[in-house]
Design a protein around this ligand. Structure first.
Ligand SMILES: Cc1cc2nc3c(=O)[nH]c(=O)nc-3n(C[C@H](O)[C@H](O)[C@H](O)COP(=O)(O)OP(=O)(O)OC[C@H]3O[C@@H](n4cnc5c(N)ncnc54)[C@H](O)[C@@H]3O)c2cc1C
Length: 329
């Protein structure tokens, strides 16, 4: 018996984030095989629409609290709520997203409950009624299995695209828990929100990504990638070298210290293929690399390796796609 698994859900109003669906789906897979229930926690307003989708992907119970305190204050009220929900439901493990908020909540819960926390989780395994985590370490070069031994609860922070979101249809019970945040939880209030410049679709959720690296030589050539991505219905990504140079903003960064992506098509343009980049994109279904260096490490990973100058290849490719879309043969 694996015990119940609690999943902390991030959402954009009525839409659960894709990572939440991936995580609920994985929890459903584990509990179907080993017993237990999947409990989802959804905090903040405007989230009624999430319930149907969470049920479709495997949530047995959804605890919902639309209190404005979760929108108006920083993470402390969420930490208090989740700690109280853990006391109420007594799960074996809580799965949180490995995002800024998830890390904040997970680390505070770990201190508050003296519970073991594991970051960078890419898989979970049932082990004699407990949930072990597989985490990646050393820039994705190795992975290891972590058993949380000293606390009954395991706090696991899950990377995006580690699991596939598969449907496990349920009719979830919707529950409310009496909750009043402490005054201490209301010390830090959200002053204003700014929209981070990024891709139209969060890059972790994009199915086609055209990424550029140092080989582009500056910010302007990213326009070429925008055009190609636009024709393909995709978004633009980047290596850290391009982001660090200030050519494109951080939400585009793919890799160990950026986002982990799993698109159908990943194009690496002028990117050498350092391990820290590869760890963020190596599970893409199809990888096409364009590089003028025939020995670039990215080619070891590529399904299609194009050796040549990106400034010739990318515009020619975009033109060819336009021509074919126009119906010419
Ligand atoms: C702790 C840590 C975390 C890191 N995290 C990340 C991360 O999240 N993501 C990430 O990407 N990196 C990360 N890095 C950095 C990583 O090690 C590499 O430095 C980085 O990925 C290199 O970026 P690049 O491939 O764009 O640049 P380079 O390695 O300089 O490669 C540029 C490539 O462009 C090719 N090129 C040049 N001109 C042309 C042309 N005209 N046509 C075609 N090809 C051309 C070159 O042949 C070369 O292969 C991290 C490093 C550390 C230490």
């Amino acid at each position: 018996m694996a015990g119940d698994i609690l999943v902390y859900v991030e959402h954009d109003g009525p839409q659960p984030r894709h990572l939440a669906l991936e995580t609920v789906s994985k929890a459903a897979e584990v509990t179907e095989a080993h017993g237990g229930q999947v409990i989802a926690a959804v905090l903040g307003g405007g989230a009624d629409g999430t319930i149907e989708r969470l049920g479709r992907f495997g949530a047995d119970t959804v605890y919902q609290d639309a209190g404005p305190v979760f929108d108006d204050y920083l993470t402390e009220p969420a930490v208090e709520y989740v700690a109280a929900l853990i006391a109420e439901t007594n799960p074996t493990a809580i799965l949180l997203p490995y995002t800024q908020d998830g890390k904040d909540i997970g680390s505070r819960l770990s201190a508050r409950l003296s519970a073991g926390a594991v970051a960078n989780v890419v898989n979970v395994l049932e082990n004699n009624g407990r949930l072990d985590a597989i985490e990646t370490v050393f820039g994705g070069n190795y992975s290891d299995t972590v058993e949380v031994e000293r606390s009954p609860l395991a706090i696991l922070l899950v990377r995006a695209n580690a699991f596939t979101a598969e449907e496990h249809p349920r009719q979830p019970a919707v529950k409310q828990m009496a909750f009043e945040p402490s005054e201490a939880a209301k010390r830090a209030q959200v002053g204003r929100r700014v929209q981070e410049e990024g891709t139209p679709t969060p890059i972790e959720e994009a199915q086609i990504i055209v990424s550029g690296g140092r080989g582009l030589g500056g910010p302007e050539p990213f326009g070429l990638l925008e055009e190609l991505a636009g024709e393909l219905g995709g978004v633009v990504g980047a290596s850290r070298a391009a982001v660090d140079a200030g050519w494109i903003s951080y939400p585009h960064q793919v890799g160990q210290t950026g986002r982990t992506v799993k698109p159908q098509l990943y194009m690496a343009i002028g990117i050498s293929g350092a391990v820290q980049h590869r760890v963020g994109m190596q599970t893409a279904d199809t990888i096409i690399a364009v590089n003028r260096d025939k020995d670039a490490p990215i080619f070891q990973l590529a399904d299609l390796a194009v050796v040549g100058d990106l400034f010739q290849i990318v515009p020619a490719l975009t033109e060819e796609i336009k021509r074919r879309k126009g119906g010419a043969t």
